[in-house]
Ligand binder design. Structure first.
Ligand code: NDP
Length: 301
């Protein structure tokens, strides 16, 4: 008997995190990929077994599952419509997994629009960075009805380790936005505190090691600062513009819940300022380098 043929899947959005996620899916699915800049999709298909599609419609033709990973919900909404859009190619009964760090209201609009075509939708933003995506160990925060979550789980397991159902559509996006707002706060507060320690002559690496066994530690101080900041390496893995977008989503979510958030509003304003100064392509940890430039103190060790 021949082995069972793999299901067909489509992945749209081969950005920094989309590429390694799609590469895992290609090991399991018969995968079609689409990217706005086609050249990036061609480069991807040169090293991973996947078909490059010329349009979103062509990518999703015959697919049982479609995954998107775009900057915001707005870009996903735009790709749905029109003669070359997703809805023109995707059949009823398909599963639509949106791994964009989108906004809860956008996710709900997408789910409603897809439901009219009998397509199940889940918002499933991810956390763990490009390293986590490469290792297949992402955390996936899912908002969906229980039946859709059950269908989504084995697909998400291709690149996810912890796959958590948080509730109805929109709840995955809400948690992701709050997560990244806390991440942003940790980045900015690290930069302030450690610029002060460095100026006072406290040995920075030892101070960090002590902090990381103390109560002020965070993913930033444990997972990011040692290899990216203290070394002065600052690789590009996640655009600061996207983090600023996440904080804005968190703030409108908190505003909609009637929750005062003066600290996170300040974090949002500082990040917006940094985005303006550093531009659209800067990495998120450049916010720390900005503090270094402003104070004339490098945090190295
Ligand atoms: P990138 O900026 O690296 O890539 C963005 C992707 O979206 C590219 O494929 C880009 O295409 C495409 N795109 C941008 N605008 C449009 C548009 N108008 N129409 C169609 N396609 C478009 O982003 P990331 O891959 O880093 O992030 C993607 C999502 O994942 C974001 O929501 C981000 O917040 C989230 N995320 C990112 C993480 C990371 O570590 N990088 C971690 C966790 C979540 P093109 O190649 O043509 O520019």
């Amino acid at each position: 008997m021949p082995p069972p043929s793999p299901g067909r899947a489509a992945f749209l959005g081969l950005g920094a995190i989309g590429r390694p996620m799609a590469a895992h899916l290609a090991k399991v699915f018969d995968l079609a990929v689409w990217n706005r800049t086609r050249e990036r999709a061609e480069q991807f298909a040169a090293r991973v077994t996947a078909r490059v599609a010329g349009s979103p419609r062509e990518a999703v033709l015959g697919a049982e599952v479609v995954l998107t990973c775009l900057p915001t919900s707005a870009e996903v909404e735009t790709l749905l419509g029109g003669p070359d859009g997703i809805l023109a190619g995707l059949g009823s009964g398909a599963l639509f997994l949106d791994c964009t760090s989108g906004d809860p209201a956008g996710a709900q609009r997408l789910a409603a629009r897809l439901a009219e075509a009998d397509i199940a939708y889940a918002d499933c933003p991810v956390s763990g960075g490009t390293n986590g995506a490469e290792a297949g160990t992402l955390t996936v925060m899912v908002g969906a009805d229980p039946g859709t979550f059950a269908r989504a789980r084995p697909v998400l397991a291709c690149f996810g380790k912890r796959i958590e159902h948080l509730g109805a559509v929109g709840s995955g996006s809400a948690l992701k936005a709050v997560n990244n707002a806390l991440l942003a706060a940790n980045i900015l507060t690290f930069a302030e505190g450690f610029a002060g320690l460095a100026r006072a002559g406290v040995p920075v690496r030892r101070a960090l090691e002590v902090l990381n066994t103390s109560s002020g530690r965070s993913f930033v101080t444990e997972g990011l600062v040692p290899d990216r900041v203290l070394t002065g390496d600052y690789p590009n893995t996640f655009r600061l513009a996207l983090l600023e977008k996440d904080v804005r989503i968190a703030l409108s979510f908190l505003d909609a819940q009637g929750i005062p958030a003066p600290v996170l509003h300040r974090v949002g304003a500082l990040l917006a300022e940094a985005r303006k100064e550093l531009g659209e392509e800067a990495d998120y940890l450049e916010a720390i380098r900005l503090q270094e430039r402003r104070t004339g103190i490098e945090i190295r060790g």
